[in-house]
Design a protein around this ligand. Structure first.
Ligand SMILES: [Zn+2]
Ligand SMILES: [Zn+2]
Length: 152
């Protein structure tokens, strides 16, 4: 009896192989961290993976994130009210936007209003072919609003 039970690959491993990346413990851990906590900074990812991958250092997390971004497995988002880049898993044909609290910086996904890129047409494209519009709705979350009104 040498039958191997068919074990479906974990999503992280499937995504890495699909992008022709070697499956490493560090890459899998970073992928899983972002699956659980989208819009994390490199520091936050480091905090999440250091338990799963003993001995991993912050520069390695930056390297892994760079590899995953280059391979389109991870998307890097720069938001006006975050002082550092945030990362989330990249989904094919995903054109979602973000709403961010200007006080605490918390981020949520917002569905694209039109459903495909670019969802906004610029009044003047200066001869360039527009690929996408990156929209960030700047907002105040209900928790921050509550805090500010109770301070008055
Ligand atoms: Zn807030
Ligand atoms: Zn997002």
């Amino acid at each position: 009896m040498h039958s191997h039970p068919h074990v479906a690959p974990a999503p992280a491993e499937e995504a890495l192989r699909g992008a022709e990346l070697r499956v490493t413990a560090q890459r899998v851990a970073v992928y899983r961290a972002l699956a659980m906590h989208p819009h994390s900074s490199a520091d936050a990812v480091f905090g999440q993976v250091r338990e799963a991958v003993p001995g991993i250092a912050l520069p390695s997390v930056h390297n892994v994130l760079g590899d995953l971004v280059s391979a389109n497995v991870v998307r890097r988002v720069s938001l006006p009210d975050s002082d550092r880049a945030l990362y989330e898993l990249a989904q094919p044909a995903d054109n979602h936007h973000h709403v961010q609290c200007v006080v605490c910086g918390s981020v949520q996904d917002v569905e694209c209003a039109v459903g495909h890129a670019p969802c906004l047409t610029p009044s003047q494209s200066h001869g360039m072919r527009v690929l996408e519009a990156t929209v960030t709705f700047r907002a105040i979350c209900s928790e921050c609003e509550r805090k500010s009104s109770s301070n008055d």
